[in-house]
Design a protein around this ligand. Structure first.
Ligand code: C5P
Length: 471
């Protein structure tokens, strides 16, 4: 059999593979093995079916492979529809989704912790004050580790409690503590659903960002009753859940804090004049936007720029290098710090408090300069709260790689993105960039591309590094 190494693949394929591996938290080799295994499994099964048609549906035929490693926390409320939630567990698990389960006290009247636990494959959680459960997982961890929380059935009482912000049992405490998306599958008698109080709570929950699936119209459990109040079928709930989970897989930096400096600094000469440079902030702002798209909590610390603020990002606007360092230190701790700002190396030591006057016949004023703090170096050399990944830029006009290697060592950072900013390249202020990524392991030349593509490529590398992916 021919042997294949990841290094022999073309660049584009390698990039896609690196991203896929990072998303699944695997090495690139493991990702290749998984892809081959899945492909062989599917094609092999199809071939077998031709010879020996099977009557059973394929367990994972409808399941998205990408759902692996995603976690759903299923909260089962106390309603007759709770029995359908046992099937829901099965449907989620056969799609490779990890399921944890909480039963409310009322739910235990309809299904037992034993039956739900057998399907989930681990103990279910029932009690907010269960010392064993709190020691083992704890309600805050249950809340944090879920990519999606599904409440099925969501009873009128449970929804009223959630809408009111109650936290007097495990289910409501977890729902109050989570920042994961919550999908509610209401189920109740049609009169209860139509009741103004329930409708008020549903409107409140929708306004608070909760998602709904159902309730459906049809026959109720009580004989002879029809109307709107039936819980959505397990497969409908799975379909809705998968939409939210698919969104999760495109957010590989969810839960990570990323700090980015961008733009130039302005160093005052007097209240109206300053020393500046030609940095536009385009590259730093593009990285901030890409990190936010990848789900990170982003803080963008920017010097004065004329480009618009990226949407949905916490901005801290500063003028001078010293203000920028201050803002950076106040933002720690972070998981990744990216220093894309073109910080002025010097500031005016004797900046005037009043506008320096031009007086005819008097000698021109002299500016004496002092060195600014090196923000990148200060943060990279910290012993406390040093971000696990510190990335700098090296804007050079000659000996690009040699200078970047020197900077990597001197400044103590993990990566340097080196670029040639000689006027002929048009990089400074322009929309395109050509990067050489310099790390302790070596130099990687990136193709000339837009600053947005540089940002996306950097984020891919960061995701891979945080997941410990090695090429
Ligand atoms: O200006 P220099 O080439 O030394 O910049 C290299 C890196 O150091 C850049 O990432 C820049 O943002 C950072 N830097 C800094 N504070 C300074 C000077 C540079 O953070 N005073």
């Amino acid at each position: 059999m021919a042997s294949l190494t990841v290094r022999q693949l073309d660049e584009k394929l390698k990039r896609l593979l690196r991203l896929r591996a990072a998303r699944h938290g695997r090495s690139m080799e493991d990702e290749v093995r998984t892809i081959l295994r899945e492909a062989a499994d599917e094609t092999g099964r199809e071939a077998l079916d031709l010879i020996e048609p099977s009557t059973k549906p394929h367990a994972r035929a409808a399941g998205p492979a990408k759902a692996v490693a995603l976690n759903v926390l299923l909260i089962i409320g106390g309603g007759i529809a709770a029995y359908k939630s046992l099937d829901l567990i099965r449907r989620l698990k056969e799609r490779g989704i990890a399921v944890r389960c909480i039963l409310t006290k009322a739910a235990e009247h309809f299904v037992t912790p034993l039956s739900a636990g057998a399907l989930v494959g681990e103990s279910v959680f029932t009690d907010l004050f269960d010392p064993a459960g709190e020691f083992d997982v704890g309600h805050i961890r249950l809340a944090r580790e879920a990519d999606l929380i599904v409440v099925a059935p969501a009873t009128a009482d449970l929804m009223a409690k959630i809408a009111g912000g109650h936290a007097d049992d495990l289910a409501t405490a977890v729902l109050l503590a989570t920042d994961a998306k919550v999908l509610l599958a209401p189920a109740m008698n049609p009169s209860m659903w139509a009741n103004k109080a329930t409708q008020r709570n549903v409107a409140q929950l929708a306004a608070d960002g909760f998602a709904f699936i159902g309730p459906n119209e049809g026959e109720m459990a009580e004989s002879g009753e029809r109307g709107t109040g039936r819980m959505a079928e397990p497969l409908e709930i799975v379909g809705a859940a998968e939409k939210f989970l698919a969104h999760e897989t495109t957010q590989p930096l969810k839960g990570k804090r990323v700090l980015i400096t961008s733009g130039p600094t302005h160093e005052p000469i007097d209240p109206v004049r300053y020393i500046a440079n030609r940095s536009s902030g385009k590259q730093g702002h593009a990285i901030a936007a890409a990190a936010a798209r990848a789900g990170a909590e982003v803080v963008l610390i920017s010097g004065p720029v004329t480009i618009p603020d990226p949407v949905g990002i916490r901005m801290v606007k500063v003028e001078s290098a010293r203000e920028m360092l201050n803002a950076v230190e106040r933002t720690l701790p972070v998981d990744v710090a990216i220093f894309a700002a073109a910080v002025a190396d010097w500031r005016v030591a004797n900046a005037g408090e009043q506008k320096i006057k031009k007086i005819v016949g008097k000698t021109t004023p002299e500016l004496s300069l002092v060195e600014n703090p090196d923000i990148l170096s200060t943060i990279a050399h910290r012993t406390a709260q040093r971000p696990p990944l510190v990335i700098g830029f090296a804007a050079e006009t000659e000996n690009v790689v040699a200078n970047a290697k020197d900077k990597l060592a001197r400044k103590g950072c993990d990566w340097i993105l080196a670029n040639d900013v000689s006027p002929a390249t048009g990089i400074m202020g322009g929309d395109r960039n050509t990067i050489q990524l310099v790390t302790k392991a070596g130099v990687e030349a990136w193709p000339p591309q837009s600053k947005d593509d540089v940002a996306a490529m950097l984020i891919e590398h960061i995701v891979a590094a945080l997941n410990g992916v090695k090429e």
